[in-house]
Ligand binder design. Structure first.
Ligand code: UD1
Ligand code: CA
Length: 440
């Protein structure tokens, strides 16, 4: 599938259907708010919409409407979002009828997307829109796929002579011959907006499910002589609808692979993609090595030439500057790890700012939480934190200072530059002339 070069791939309006209950998820959470690689399923679908540069995006919500609205309050496109509540839910056509006042009389080129179809690539939606513009202006284009097992989907009925789509039949309304058709409707369309808003009030619910079918708009368009085009997905897996937790897991695996593939293309070495979890919205510099069994959460920033893992978790707010190394069984949260600083074994680094060339010994803990509040610590350039040190926050460890193995540096110790602190609670070791700090 390719985008016709001459046609624009822009839509004026996008409607996202997200009112469904999602009963089969067996979860109190609204279906479209389930997480996929660090963001909600709905945010992936919003990317599909935003790729079309629309003036407005109408979200049809029902179950959990308030939660869905709240989840997008700080989204970059929040000002372009309009919410329409559909209650009760009487079918996809009814969902669009509920949008009539939001859309107005001429919503322009209008695309319908599903909130539970996160794998659809923005490029595929752009190809659909460009096809409508190039070959069915004034009519509609719909997205289809050929499935070996088309069960549950509406079937595409084509005119045997012209091969153009004339009807979509819901499975429950199919004749036995129609049930054999393997080309299915994915439910994603690009409509001439004026034609759509004129057709919607004419839908009836005279069918097996007593629902208002959006698919019947197609038959009305055909009857009016409007053109109908179709675009078949090259990769039918993009059409996966998430209805169960198993399908959610399947979608996550695919999106995870797409994210990792992008980093691999950017020159990030990932030894074992199958055991590497990198959320959406992580920046990683070229030449960085990610070793197995590593979890990197949204918003983390990793410089060039770093090493992460094996068995490392980088939680939100972590920044690794160039050449930093965070290794085995080390967790970082809301912390900056300076250039060429190393924390290679069994450490917890929380709410800390580490300068350059710091060495964090095995088993070091930043005790950032006093049971009520989180506190910050700073470790300045070149400091050497001995194995098993506990740094109780808030605290500061000065430039090139040293802590001895097992030291517990109680809060506000303000360890000065080049000082050596040892013991529990840690005290400053006064060095006589000739004493050597055990490091270069
Ligand atoms: C619809 C299509 C069918 C297509 C299938 C693809 C119709 C009549 N049929 O099936 O041809 O093969 O999608 O998945 O359109 N929704 C609402 N409000 C409603 C009903 C649904 O917002 O009243 C939303 C759901 O949350 C979901 C989407 O629309 O995101 C599809 O609903 P679903 O019930 O799965 O699709 P069908 O109507 O069975
Ligand atoms: Ca249904």
């Amino acid at each position: 599938m390719s985008v016709p070069a001459s046609a624009p791939a822009r839509a004026d309006s996008v409607v996202i259907l997200a009112a469904g209950l999602g009963k089969r998820m067996r979860s109190a959470r609204p279906k479209v708010l389930h997480p996929l690689c660090g963001r909600s399923m709905l945010e992936w679908v919003l990317d599909q919409a935003l790729a079309l540069e629309p003036q407005r995006i109408v979200l049809v919500v029902g179950h959990g409407a308030d939660e869905v609205k709240k989840s997008l309050a700080n989204h970059g496109a929040a000002s372009r979002l309009q919410f329409v509540t559909q209650e009760p839910q009487l079918g996809t056509g009814h969902a669009l009828q509920c949008c009539l006042s939001a859309l107005g009389q001429d919503p322009g080129r209008t695309v319908v997307l599903y909130g539970d179809m996160p794998l659809l690539r923005p490029e595929s939606v752009r190809a659909l829109v460009a096809t409508q513009a190039a070959t069915a202006d004034g009519g509609l284009a719909l997205l289809t796929a050929v499935f070996a097992e088309p069960r549950g989907f509406g079937r595409i009925v084509r005119d045997p002579k012209t091969q153009s789509v004339v009807r979509i039949v819901e499975e429950k309304d199919c004749t036995s011959a129609e049930r054999e058709l393997d080309e299915v409707n994915l439910g994603v369309y690009c409509f001439d907006g004026r034609g759509l808003v004129q057709a919607l009030p004419r839908l009836s619910n005279d069918n097996a499910q007593k629902e208002y079918y959006l698919t019947d708009v197609l038959a009305l368009f055909v009857a009016e002589g409007r053109r109908v085009a179709s675009v078949e997905l090259e990769d039918p897996n993009e059409g996966l609808g998430v209805n169960t937790l198993a399908q959610l897991a399947e979608a996550r695996t695919e999106l995870q692979w797409r994210i990792l593939e992008q980093h691999l293309e950017n020159g990030v070495y990932i030894e074992d993609p199958a055991s590497t979890y990198v959320d959406h919205g992580v920046a990683i510099g070229a030449g960085t090595r990610i070793l197995p069994c590593t979890v990197i959460r949204s918003g983390v920033k990793i410089g060039a030439g770093c090493e992460v893992g094996p068995f490392t978790q980088l939680r939100p707010g972590t920044v690794l500057e160039d050449g930093a190394e965070v290794g085995n069984f080390t967790e970082c949260k809301n912390s900056t790890i300076g250039k060429h600083t190393k924390a290679k074994h069994l450490a917890y680094i929380g709410d800390a700012t580490l300068g350059a060339n710091v060495n964090i010994g095995a088993g070091t803990i930043f005790a950032n939480y006093d049971g009520k509040a989180k506190h910050k610590s700073v470790v300045e350039d070149g400091a050497f934190i001995g194995s098993g040190t506990v740094i109780v926050a808030p605290n500061t460890i000065g430039t090139r200072a040293t802590t001895g193995a097992g030291a517990v540096v109680t809060k506000n110790s303000a360890v000065g530059a080049s000082q050596v602190w040892v013991g529990v609670p840690a005290k400053r070791l006064s060095l006589r002339d000739g004493d050597r700090i055990p490091r270069s």
